[in-house]
Design a protein around this ligand. Structure first.
Ligand code: M6R
Length: 608
């Protein structure tokens, strides 16, 4: 949800800002802009559409002079994607420019107040109140003015601020939106995430909520919301530049799908020793793990669907009730959560606003919070009591793939670990299941090797107005994620149904040629799903079945078949999802969609 960057140093700022914005484009891509300061004048350029349009408008930054500047790539919340609504926004006197990621909830009230004072608004955005407030409160000291402004704001913000009176300074401030400072030599930076920084520096300062940073070319000073200095430590980024590049693949999504075996391997291998799961990084004691009376998993989108799949493994192995809740709903439900609840929070980015809100609500009610997060040092990682990182590396494509499968890997590890601690699994079964999980990367690789066969299927289905995904139990959880992948990148209407539910209404929608993707990867219940396949076939459906090798009987009922390697059904989702990701990818390609940046979406959803 919007990306912001800032640079101060000895070089021309604009090309550096544009390059950073390209890296952040996945966070929002309906308009973009930069502002740089030179000889006491702020030059502003902003335009609707992608960063490429901004590069063209500024001749790759050549027409925007200055060695200090800020940039923004937008995912519209308040006001349509237009040039006027694009950031940066400037004050009426032209002395301030501001970029913002987040939402100012009291903007209408502030706008009204400022208009009465005579300030003129040029956009429909919530952000513009900030820049007029700055002009209003500024009395020659930028830091003081910014603290006065932030004291008036309700909502979430990561702000980058440029002031014509402070020609060698940048200000950055955050509240509930991600913001990192990149510490260089003779240059300093800020950005919404590390991908925009890693080409310049690996030294990072993470700002906490309420903190403000003043950046000059040679110094970074951080202050709390009362203006008192704060000592911050510098951490090192381990991701390399190539990890955030396409590396010869046509799309980030394809690259990230192909990286899944390695990502899952990196997530599993440090945590498995001698056929046992070792979670040294968590502080949850065995006694606490034994004491939980229930587990609540909360997340959004694909992370929620990873939770739906993981629930089966945890409940089955640990014999503890698991509730999976959409983070955007949980907080409004007066949730029955207390000190005997373990809350597992799943988030690739660690910055999803709804998930953060749910975490805070449950923590307040006494739950122990275990986060499963990919981005080190992200907000969710910092708010949780314990973190199990997914070692997927940077995920750039808006549609998550390796983020989802590494979340599954962590949930399976945790299920085995907790079952062992709680004594709900016998030793031989435990060792056998740990070995099975260890083989997941190889199963995923075999599923990826099916890639050459998928375009033919995509050609068959890509014009269908809608596709149904059906399955039972863990197959149903995979159906949910498979349908989301199809919807978000190919724009086909796709719906997942528990296979047994079809006959309770949805089967009315089945007609001649209706594609149905049937997931039957649990041999113990495959016969039941096969009955459902026969029912939809009888009404004219075209069925593509995904099953495990050795279940040949499925061939007699389905029109097309994808066989994946046999896998313990509790863990099968991690392999089974792979052909569905590939299918969504190839359907989207057939339909000429912008696969890495689907319309209306953004990678990191930092608004509620
Ligand atoms: O960063 P998070 O895991 O918290 O993101 C949650 C969802 O926004 C995310 O999974 C979204 O559904 C993806 N676009 C799905 O591919």
């Amino acid at each position: 949800m919007c990306g912001i960057v800032g640079y101060v140093g000895g070089q021309s700022a604009a090309p550096i800002l544009l390059d950073g914005l390209k890296k952040l484009e996945y966070r929002g891509y309906d308009s973009a802009g930069i502002a740089a300061l030179h000889d006491g004048t702020i030059t502003l350029r902003k335009v609707t559409g992608r960063i490429a349009n901004l590069c063209a408008l500024t001749e790759d930054g050549k027409t925007v002079p200055g060695t200090v500047g800020i940039g923004h790539t937008r995912w519209a919340t308040h006001g349509a994607p237009t040039d006027q609504n694009a950031h940066p926004h400037t004050s009426n006197d032209g002395r301030f420019a501001v970029v913002h990621n987040g939402i100012i909830e009291n903007h209408l009230q502030l706008r009204d107040e400022l208009q009465k004072k005579g300030y003129h608004f040029e956009s429909e955005t919530d952000t513009e109140v900030i820049v007029h407030l700055l002009e209003h409160y500024y009395r020659g000291d930028l830091k003081t003015a910014v603290l006065k402004v932030t004291a008036r704001l309700q909502g979430s913000y990561a702000l980058g601020i440029l002031c014509a009176d402070a020609p060698d300074q940048l200000l950055a401030v955050r509240e509930a939106s991600p913001l990192l400072i990149g510490v260089g030599i003779g240059s300093n930076y800020f950005a919404s995430d590390v991908t925009a920084l890693v080409a310049h520096t690996r030294n990072i300062i993470s700002l906490e909520d309420g903190e403000l940073a003043i950046l000059t070319a040679d110094d970074v000073s951080v202050f709390d919301c009362a203006g008192r200095p704060v000592q911050k430590s510098i951490s090192r980024i381990t991701w390399d530049v190539q990890a955030a590049e396409k590396g010869g693949y046509a799309h980030f999504m394809l690259k990230e799908m192909m990286e899944q075996p390695a990502a899952v391997e990196a997530t599993l291998s440090p945590r498995i020793r001698n056929d046992a799961v070792c979670l040294d990084e968590i502080t949850l004691s065995d006694e606490t793990i034994r004491s939980f009376r229930k587990i609540v998993i909360t997340a959004c989108g694909s992370a929620y669907y990873a939770g739906c799949a993981g629930r089966y493994a945890i409940e089955h192995l640990c014999r503890v009730p698991v509730q999976v809740e959409l983070a955007s709903e949980l907080r409004y439900n007066n949730p029955m959560i207390d000190g005997e609840t373990l809350l597992i929070v799943l988030s690739q980015s660690g910055e999803t606003a709804d998930t953060i809100a749910a975490l805070k609500e449950c923590k307040q009610r006494g739950a122990s919070v275990l986060a499963v997060v990919n981005v080190v040092g992200s907000t969710i990682a910092r708010l949780a009591d314990d973190v199990l990182y997914t070692w997927a590396g940077p995920e750039i494509a808006v549609a998550t793939t390796k983020g989802y499968t590494t979340q599954l890997a962590v949930l399976y590890l945790f299920a085995l670990y907790a079952a062992h601690v709680r004594g709900t699994i016998d030793e031989p079964t435990y060792a056998k299941l740990v070995r099975t999980l260890r083989s997941a990367p190889s199963g995923m690789q075999q599923a990826l090797d099916l890639n050459p066969k998928i375009p033919k299927l995509a050609k068959k289905y890509h014009r269908s107005p809608s596709i149904f995904f059906i399955g039972r139990n863990t197959d149903y959880a995979v159906a949910l994620e498979g349908a989301l992948k199809m919807k978000e990148i190919s724009y086909l209407h796709a719906e997942a149904y528990a296979a047994g539910e079809l006959k309770h209404g949805t089967i009315a929608l089945i007609h001649d040629g209706q594609p149905v993707i049937a997931l039957c990867c649990n041999p113990a219940i495959a016969a039941k799903t096969m009955s459902n396949i026969i029912e939809v076939k009888a009404r004219g459906a075209e069925v593509l079945a995904v099953a495990v090798r050795g279940t040949q009987e499925i061939a007699s009922v389905a029109d097309d078949l994808i066989f994946i390697p046999r896998m313990e059904p509790l863990f099968a989702a991690i392999v089974e999802i792979v052909p569905l990701q590939l299918l969504a990818y190839h359907v989207a390609k057939e339909n000429g969609c912008d696969i890495d940046k689907p319309k209306n979406l953004a990678k990191s959803v930092t608004v509620e």
